[in-house]
Design a protein around this ligand. Structure first.
Ligand SMILES: NC(=O)NCCC(=O)O
Ligand SMILES: [Zn+2]
Ligand SMILES: [Zn+2]
Length: 480
């Protein structure tokens, strides 16, 4: 048993002075002003600290085969880096082989993730359509604890799906009570612009953002919102990076459509000037999709978070070291896309969000854990501090500062996109499943201690949407 004593509990709803007792099963047993320590119970002094739900990163790619490489953080090192930064759960992505079985891929990912030090769950990508996909979506939702499917509108010739697949998959997910996630970029436009840039001899990483201008994201966001709207389905758009996509989401929500938007910590604070770095590797290390944007987009993203139009923050943690990035030395389209971030999301959000007054501490909890838990239907097991919830907690020191650096981080990658950034607000202690896994700079992560988190279908929002579809009666029947 572990008693967290003397802290200020902060949830998405409120803050109050309370002790938190964690039981031996890894759950919260009691939350109350002055809990007497049971015999044999360890006591952790949280005086002066904020006690918040551990962060949930709903978008990571650990050891993912991608663009001829495999991302360098595996489930052990990546989740360990997460707990060092106060994140106690990830939702990673199962990517099936081209044309292959979703179920077989899910089993592969379960095996890879068995070494995780903190809890994990999976979205499963749909990258093609046939009867087997239709059937396996059913199996995954009914038997495997999967309630979300991922679609890439970009990466033509690899992961990209067309509108026909989107229609079928979003319709199928709706009838199963699952939510679809979408990477919204027009992949045909990207491929066209890439070829044009290469033909003109523009082969460097500074061409990457030119091949994916904001309109490419805005168009795809509007298109998938329209497709989901046709079906009466909710949709979750990952890594929203532009004011164009933010506006599309806000407009849809104003029309009464259930559309959710996720923002990456990286896009909130890093702009496209990184591609002007004369050092090839310096620029290539920032090649990710969507790319970093002109600064004014950041204002729209922060406003989206503060207003609730965008609900979650993530990192799309997808690490590639220098030799991997160098694969695209002569052709920017071959640079593996992705940046690290899991260890620093919470500090970056606190420093640039809460300390600046853009977000309240309650809103910080909402966008770093509670909203994700609600949208993906694991609330209040996760994202809350109530009896019965998993004892995943971060004890936050809002006065302490650190300088982010690859020299000190725990991520298995040779750079950090936030290098040199001074942040105030850090994880002093992290508790995962009732165990202290990070304390005062000491990482006590245990390989394999993380558990697979099953997520049931028919989240409250989805159920409400299905009821609305039935009662409004103005939607076409979903595709079979
Ligand atoms: N984001 C990125 O550049 N890499 C990971 C794959 C994806 O999410 O698009
Ligand atoms: Zn993506
Ligand atoms: Zn991603």
């Amino acid at each position: 048993m572990l008693l967290v004593r003397g802290g200020t509990v902060v949830t998405a709803e409120r803050s109050w002075r309370a002790d938190v007792l964690c039981d031996d099963a890894g759950r919260i047993a009691q939350v109350a002003p002055a809990i007497a320590a049971p015999t044999g119970c360890d006591v952790l002094d949280a005086g002066g600290l904020l006690v918040m739900p551990g962060g949930i990163d709903p978008h990571t790619h650990m050891e993912m085969p991608f663009m001829g490489s495999v991302s360098s953080d595996d489930f052990e090192t990546g989740t360990a880096a997460g707990v060092a930064g106060g994140t106690t759960m990830i939702i990673d992505f199962v990517i099936p082989q081209p044309g292959g079985s979703l179920l077989a891929a899910w089993k592969d990912w379960r095996a890879k993730a068995a070494k995780a030090v903190a809890d994990y769950s999976f979205h499963v990508a749909v990258t093609h359509w046939d009867d087997q996909v239709h059937a396996e979506m059913g199996t995954l939702t009914r038997e495997c604890g999967v309630n979300s499917f991922k679609h890439f509108m970009a990466y033509k010739g690899a992961l990209m799906v067309d509108d026909g697949v989107l229609l079928r998959s979003i319709g199928r997910a709706l009838e199963l009570g699952a939510l679809c996630n979408v990477h919204a970029e027009n992949g045909d436009a990207v491929a066209f612009l890439q070829q044009d840039l290469l033909r003109r001899g523009l082969t460097g990483p500074d061409s990457h953002p030119l091949s994916r201008p904001p309109a490419v994201e805005g168009e795809a966001a509007q298109r998938v919102i329209a497709i989901a709207g046709l079906l009466g389905a909710p949709v979750y758009i990952v890594h929203v990076s532009t004011e164009d996509a933010t506006a599309a989401i806000a407009a849809a929500r104003a029309r009464g459509q259930r559309v959710y938007g996720e923002v990456l910590a990286q896009h909130l604070v890093i702009d496209d000037s990184v591609y002007a770095d004369p050092d090839w590797l310096g620029a290539a290390r920032h090649v990710m999709s969507p790319p970093f944007r002109p600064k004014h987009h950041q204002k729209a993203l922060w406003a989206g978070l503060a207003s609730g139009q965008l609900q979650t923050t993530a990192t799309d943690h997808c690490c590639f070291c220098a030799p991997q990035k160098l694969q695209g030395r002569d052709d920017f389209t071959r640079i593996p896309n992705g940046t690290p971030g899991i260890e620093d999301r919470m500090s970056v959000l606190w420093h640039h969000g809460v300390r600046t007054g853009r977000l309240t501490p309650q809103e910080f909890v909402a966008v770093t854990s509670a909203n994700t838990a609600r949208i993906f239907n694991i609330y209040p097991r996760k994202g809350a501090i109530v009896p019965g919830a998993d004892a995943d907690l971060v004890l936050w020191d809002d006065a302490a500062s650190r300088t982010i650096s690859a020299a000190t981080h725990h991520q298995n990658v040779d750079y950090n996109v936030f290098e040199g950034m001074q942040v105030t607000g850090l994880a002093r202690h992290t508790i995962s499943g009732g165990r202290l896994v990070w304390t005062d700079g000491d990482l006590r992560a245990v390989r394999g201690a993380g558990r697979y988190v099953e997520r049931p279908c028919f989240a409250p929002d989805l159920t409400a949407q299905l009821r609305l579809n039935r009662t409004s009666g103005d939607l076409p029947a979903g595709p079979k």
